[in-house]
Design a protein around this ligand. Structure first.
Ligand code: FEO
Length: 392
């Protein structure tokens, strides 16, 4: 891999991870990812912005092979996919000081056992002049961790936004032509880790709109020549708008719950409602979280197993609850053989959701015409709720 020139004195020196399949051991990465590190050379000083995942340390060091001196290593975020190579970089560049905020300093000491005397802390809005390259630090906490910072390079109008606006997409360049693909990859990342923090991100977007940003350089995925498109997408994701969509995550063992799901999906479709159904036995968790970004309603479908809900459904309910999506309505459908606490277990796992419960439809054995009528009634209730609240 070679450094990539962004503009005079500014280079991408990160690493592409084509083969990474999972993030956080949870979300599939169909297109790999990248860990973006940047080198900025002023007339007086040189700064490295972030490092890379520890698995790619050699790539970073190789990209820096022609760089004799690094004065500062700006650390936007202590998570190891960006900080993991710091020990190696600190060792190679003995004069380099880490520049970060106080919270980040504490994390770096805990996570990487870095020496305190190599770390200099900065305040929100503070600037660092490299000589014709002025770095302005903008604290953007709670993108998903509390210490995250962005940097605005004033002379070139480049916002180094860390995880914010990032996407999991590997490719051998700086900019990617297929805007929709980048936006989808960014939505996957947003949905997985940032969705619970949408009110904070909304404030960051407002603050960032006051900067004359010409280019966004995030810590994952391609850079953006046109910052407005990706910022507008984020504005939509963090807004209160929900779409006329019902998300149905479900498991099925002998087909009864699946029959109910199919009947419900058909009934919703007939009423003009979009359905995103996911068989949890093999669904891509990333696609589920993406659908959650603006879905209005969730209907969990589960058989009864071992006296309760299917473990896949409990796992999905737990994740959905943790992500605190905008969902307005919820319901539970499913089947049982002789009894159990399926619905109670699902309900117990979604306490964070501020969604109105539209009830439960439980069927003993295989659904009969009367049972399917109840499913129709649920589809009708969902449609009337969507109409009432202006979603349709
Ligand atoms: Fe890309 Fe929060 O680390």
């Amino acid at each position: 891999m070679e450094p990539r020139k962004i503009t005079e004195g500014v280079f991408w020196v990160g690493a592409v991870d084509w083969d990474r399949k999972l993030f956080d051991s949870l979300i599939p990465l169909p297109d790999g990812t990248s860990y973006n590190a940047y080198l900025i050379k002023g007339s007086d000083k040189t700064a490295l912005l972030d490092t890379v995942d520890p698995s790619k340390t050699e790539t970073l060091l190789s990209n820096l092979r022609g760089v004799e001196r690094i004065d500062y290593i700006v650390v936007h975020h202590a998570e190891q996919d960006h900080s993991g190579s710091l020990p190696a970089v600190l060792e190679k560049y003995g004069e380099a000081k880490i520049v970060c905020n106080q919270k980040c300093k504490e994390f770096l000491i805990d996570l990487l056992h870095l020496p305190e005397n190599r770390i200099v802390t900065v305040a929100d809005g503070e600037v660092l002049d490299l000589g014709g390259k002025t770095l302005e630090f903008i604290f953007t906490p709670w993108v998903h961790w509390p210490e995250t910072t962005s940097t605005f390079l004033r002379e070139d109008g480049i916002l180094f936004s860390c995880d914010l606006f990032g996407s999991h997409l590997s490719f051998p360049g700086l900019y990617y032509d297929d805007e929709k693909k980048v936006c989808d990859a960014s939505k996957r990342y947003y949905a997985e880790v940032m969705m619970p923090f949408r009110s904070t991100i909304k404030k960051h977007l407002e603050r960032l709109s006051g900067f004359d940003i010409k280019t966004i350089a995030p810590s994952h995925g391609p850079l953006y020549k046109d910052p407005f498109c990706i910022m507008d997408s984020h504005r939509d994701w963090v807004s209160d708008r929900v779409s006329n969509t019902v998300l149905i995550p479900y498991a099925t063992m002998h087909g009864s719950t699946e029959l109910m799901v199919e009947h419900l999906a058909g009934g919703l479709y007939e009423r003009g409602i979009k359905v995103e159904r996911f068989n949890l036995a093999y669904a891509d968790t990333g696609r589920i979280t993406m659908a959650l970004v603006d879905a209005a309603t969730v209907v969990f479908g589960s058989p009864t197993v071992l006296g309760g809900a299917h473990p896949h459904v409990i796992s999905a309910a737990f994740l959905i609850n943790a992500l605190r999506p905008k969902l307005r309505y919820s319901a539970i459908i499913g089947s049982l053989g002789w009894g159990g606490k399926m619905a109670e277990q699902v309900s117990a796992n979604i306490g964070n959701l501020k969604a109105e419960s539209l009830g439960t439809v439980l069927v003993k054995g295989r659904p009969r015409p009367d049972d399917l009528r109840k499913i129709d009634e649920l589809a009708g209730l969902i449609a009337s709720k969507h109409k009432e609240s202006g979603i349709i």
